[in-house]
Design a protein around this ligand. Sequence first.
Ligand SMILES: [Zn+2]
Ligand SMILES: [Zn+2]
Length: 242
Amino acid sequence: MRKRGEGACLVCGRPIVYYEKARQMECVMCHRQFESHAGCEDGHYVCDECHGAKGIEVILEGCKKCTSKNPVEIMQELMEDPYIYMHGPEHHVMVGAALITAYYNSGGFAGDRARADYESALEEMKSRGSEYPGGSCGLWGCCGAAVSAGMFMSIVTKATPLTGKSWGLSNRMTAEALKAIGELGGPRCCKRNSFTAAAAAVKYTAENLGIEMELPEKIQCEFSGENRECLRKRCPYYKRCN
Ligand SMILES: [Zn+2]
Ligand SMILES: [Zn+2]
C-alpha cells in the first residue's frame, strides 16, 4: 500500500504540483480528458470518479482480508489508505462494510454459507452505500455515516419496505447513530461521524441481535492534522497529547 501523504501522487508518490491555469489532463485510470489545476511532477492525474471507485475497492478488499471484531479498528486501518479522502462519500460504504465485517468476525452470518453470505452482504453494502450523496449531513439533515449503519442493520436482518421487525430495527439503528452524531455538533467530519455511528451500532447490535462486536477502549483519531475544521478539544476522539 502506498503511504498516505498530503500532496503525493497516488500513482508514483512524487509531489503534486499546482498550475496557475487549468490544463488538459488525461486520467491514468480511465484515459478520459479533464481540465485540472493539479497533477504530479510526472504528469499523473486521477479523476474524481476513478478516485472514488478505487476508494470503494480499497474498502471491500481491505474488509475481506480482515479478521478484526472491531469496526472502529477496521475503519482506522482503511482510512490510512491514500485513496480514502479525509472527507468523502466513500465513508457511506465504509461504515457499513466495517460493521458487516466485524459482525461476520464476531459470529454473525452463521451456517455453512456464512462466508458467501458475508461477501454478498459486502457487495450489497457497496451498491447501497454508493447511492448516498456527499454533503447530506448538512443539506438533508441526515449524515451518511448514520445511514450506512442503518444499511448494515437492514442488510444483516434482510429488511425490506415490507418487513416488520427488521424494518423497525433498521430505522431505529439509523436514528441511534444520527442522534449521537447530531449531539456532537458540526461542522462535518467524516472520521468523527464514522466512529460515532460504528460505536452506536456495536451497542445496538449487541442489545438487539445478541452479536457482540468490539470497540477500542478509547477511540483516538489520527486525522485531526488533515482536517481544517476539526473540533479539536471538543471532539471526543481528539488526541490531547498532540
Ligand atoms: Zn505520479
Ligand atoms: Zn478516470
